[in-house]
Each structure stands twice: as C-alpha cells, then as structure tokens.
Design a protein around this ligand. Structure first.
Ligand code: PA5
Length: 479
C-alpha cells in the first residue's frame, strides 16, 4: 500500500524492553502474548467503525472532500481580517492550538503580516479567566476580527458565555446589520443551543460530524478551519492522517501495527504499576501537542466502570513535559522517584533550523566543546542522554521519532495517538469515547449559575458548602 512507503516515523521501544541495563524490561513474548486480545480489539474497533461509532477514522475521507470548501472560505476571509479568535474549550481548543504551534512559526502572532503570508493572528480562548478575556477584547479590534465559536454540544457554559460577550460587543461596535459577518460557528448539524442562534442570525457554519467526540475532532472543521485560516497545508495534514489510519486498520500484528504496539506497551506498563504516562516532546513546537495528548488519554481512559458496569477505576494519569526544559525540573523525579511512570519521548529528526554555536578557542575547554556544534545536536544529545540515564535507573521509556515537523507527520501523529487511545480503551474494557466524570461538574455549574431545571442540584451544593474546614485569619489562633 502507498502508506507503506510514506510511513516516515519510527517508534523506538528499546527502552521498554529487557536489556543488560534494564533487566526489568518486557520480553518480546509478553507482547506476543497480547496478540489474541489485540486481534479481538481490532475486530471490535473495526466493527464499531463500520457501525459509525468510531467516526474519527471513518469520516477522514468525508473531511478530505470538505477541504475545498474550508480552504476556499479560509482564503477568502483571511485576507479581510487581522485576527481569528477561536472560542472553545477542551477538545474544541486543544487540537487547533497543538497543530498551530507544531506547524506555524513559534512567534506567529508577533510576525509582521507579510511574514505570516498576510494571514490573521490566531488566538484560542480556551478558558474563561475574566482578566485574559477582557484583555483580549481590548487587544483586538472586533471590526478586524473573525470569531470562531466551536462547540460540538452547543451547550458548554464556558463557550456560550464567551460567545454571548463577543456577540454583544460585535453588535455594539459593528452594528446589527454587520455583526454576524464576524462570527463563524463550528457545531453539530442538528443538536445544541448554538445551532438555532446561528441559523436565525445567519452566521457562516461548519459542521462537526455527530460521531466524533471533542478530543477526537481535530481533523474536522474544529481544527481544519483554524489551520487553513493560518496557512497550514491542511491537505498534507489530512494525507498523513489518512495514511496512518489505513496502516493501522490494515496491518496485523503487534510488531507491525503502530497503534497495537503502543497500546500493548501501555497496557503492560499499566499492569506493572506505571500509573503515570509522561509525554515529553523534544521540540517546542510540540509543547501543546502534549496538552492535547493529555486530554485524549485522561478523558478517554480514566473510567470508573468497565463495559459490564463493574467498578474498575482505570486509567494512567498523563503528565505533560517538555525536553529539555523539564530535564531541569521533572527528570530527577522520573529517574529516582516512585517507579510509577512510563515516558514517551517525541523527537524530531530534522529541524527547519539548526542554529550553529560559535567556536571561541579562547574559552575554557568546559565551554569550548560546544563550539562548532548546533543547538539541534545539543537537543538530540540531551534527549539520548536522558533516555540512557533513565534506562540505567531502570525506568521505562519509548520514543516516537518524527522525520520533521511537517503537516504530513503531524497528521500521522494525531491519528496514531487517537487509535492508540481507542485500542487502550478496548484493552481496558472501557468506553473510551464518553466522559461521564465531567458531567457532574457541568451540572453543578448550571445549577450554581441558575439554569432552569437544576434547582435541586443547587440546593444540594449549597448544603454541602455549609460544611467548612478552613484556615483563614478568623480561624488562625495566635500562639
Ligand atoms: O472531548 C470532549 O468531548 C470534551 O473535551 C469537549 O470537547 C469539551 O467539553 C467541549 O465541549 P463542546 O465542544 O461540546 O463545547
């Protein structure tokens, strides 16, 4: 198959396996022994895909067909605006942020327009901190700004609150006849409270397909629109995703199928007490990819009940780290603290820039040795040295090596991690596609904010709030 030739990444799992330096590592046989459950997982996942339950894979082709519309819209509007602001949270924000940071200039917003290809600045408002939000509204001129309201459910309080503030601001500044031109909505085709407003008020609209949950939605208009607006090659992004998708669906065997391999390693590590999964890219461009991964892994796999309704409380806690920065912050703990972590490094083979370190022979040897090398070499050396140090410390780690930070490789990475999560859900016998644990908090917020129908919940929370164990100036006793 074509994807065979284009599979550019390497998954190096040496650091998970038994060696002279790491006698506690896994044996090949342990991975082989999982093949039966992996095959069963593959059958179940592919059946669920056919049944329309795993649409992040199935609808990639539909998304490819939608690209011309997205690109045309993006090209048309991006020349007319200075700023593109995404209003969304969780799965509606982390993907766009991750892909933007991976593929655009690190200081994209600070660049002059010609260096951004005359594309707008991008702001992703993934929180409701009142200070940050007010500051943004003072920073951007609403007349020069397009706001992208992204909400699958169309009901999320945070996004709806942002939307109401923006809509009001736009009405005041642009007037009732023009404000709608500054809003583009990405939401479900049929459901939610955002949709009727969008239809009545005439906003441009893109659809998030029904079978794709927030954290799996980066390669739908949720992520494709902001990426296209900011000049990313979304065709290549989707191409990489499609290739990885095909490989994962069509390859048999734990040593050939990248998602099976990574899920099997994750399962074995989980069974051996590694409750924490660290995601540590060695490229600043992938810093927010770690945030995206953390949500994907945590929300999909952290579950109380298994499929039979038994209480299981499963899930590895994802930790985001960044090489080399966190070598000077976290790695001490990874090497010598509790042996409860498995670390995934993500490294990049070829950076767009390497940055030469100058030679100065007058300097002491202890500094001089750096001269003539590049920052890229230093980064790789530090990554490899950390790998080796962790091996000596008996700690398990693996590495995803990307040929470069290009749209195709990033598309591949997204799909690999999504499929790996889906496989891990099967291996843990839980539903990776729901998030019942966040619903209680959402309902509590509705109640406290006075939404109709939540009066009992409000009372319940207020009663709970009466019990207080606090330390403050009143309870503090002077000795
Ligand atoms: O992954 C998920 O499903 C969540 O993180 C959602 O994306 C998040 O809660 C936002 O939901 P919505 O897009 O419906 O506003």
């Amino acid at each position: 198959m074509d994807s065979q030739a284009r599979f550019g990444m390497t998954i190096d799992y040496t650091g998970m396996m038994q060696s002279k330096q790491n006698p506690n590592g896994f044996l090949k046989a342990e991975l082989q022994n999982l093949q039966v459950v992996l095959d069963k997982a593959q059958t179940t996942l592919l059946n669920r895909r056919d049944a329309g339950e795993i649409d992040f894979s199935k609808l990639l082709v539909t998304m490819k067909n939608l690209l011309p519309e997205i690109i045309e819209y993006a090209n048309t509007v991006s020349t007319k605006i200075e700023n593109f602001v995404v209003l969304g949270i969780g799965g509606s924000a982390l993907g766009p942020l991750a892909v933007h940071q991976a593929l655009n200039h690190y200081y994209y917003n600070e660049l002059p327009p010609e260096k951004r290809g005359y594309r707008p600045r991008l702001y992703v408002m993934d929180n409701i901190d009142p200070v940050r939000f007010s500051e943004l509204l003072r920073l951007v001129d609403p007349r020069e700004t397009l706001f992208n309201v992204v909400s699958k459910s169309g009901n999320t309080s945070e996004t709806m609150a942002q939307f109401l503030i923006v809509r009001d601001t736009l009405r005041r500044i642009c007037g009732d006849s023009r404000y709608a031109e500054h809003i583009v909505v990405t939401t479900d085709r049929e459901k939610g409270n955002l949709l009727p407003i969008a239809l009545t008020e005439g906003y441009k609209r893109f659809v998030i397909p029904a079978g794709i949950g927030g954290r799996f939605s980066e390669l739908t208009p949720v992520g494709l629109l902001p990426a296209a607006i900011c000049g990313i090659d979304v065709q290549q992004l989707l191409e990489g995703a499609l290739d990885m998708d095909e490989r994962i669906r069509e390859t048999q065997g734990v040593f050939s199928n990248p998602a099976q391999l990574r899920a099997a390693l994750a399962l074995l590590s989980w069974q051996k007490g590694k409750n924490i999964s660290v995601f540590m890219p060695y490229a600043d461009g992938l810093k927010t990819m770690a945030d995206w991964y953390a949500q994907l892994w945590a929300e999909s796999l952290g579950k109380r009940y298994d499929r039979q309704g038994r209480e299981v409380h499963v899930g590895q806690t994802p930790v985001k780290a960044l090489g080399v920065t966190d070598q000077h912050s976290q790695v001490q703990l990874y090497a010598e603290g509790p042996d409860d972590k498995v670390i995934t490094f993500v490294a990049v083979e070829k950076f767009n820039e390497t940055q030469q370190i100058p030679i100065d022979l007058k300097l002491p040897d202890d500094i001089q040795f750096l001269g003539g090398k590049t920052l890229a070499e230093l980064l790789w050396a530090e990554q490899k040295a950390t790998e080796y140090a962790l091996t000596l410390a008996g700690r398990q780690h693996n590495k995803i090596l990307l040929p470069s930070l290009d749209p195709y490789s990033v598309g591949q990475l997204l799909l690999l991690l999504e499929w790996e999560t889906a496989y891990m859900g099967e291996l843990l016998n839980i539903n990776a596609f729901d998030q019942p644990g966040v619903e209680e908090g959402k309902n509590g917020t509705y109640a406290l904010m006075g939404r109709k129908g939540y009066e009992t919940k409000k009372h319940e929370i207020e009663e709970y709030g009466k019990i207080k164990y606090v330390l403050n100036s009143e309870t503090m006793k002077k000795v």
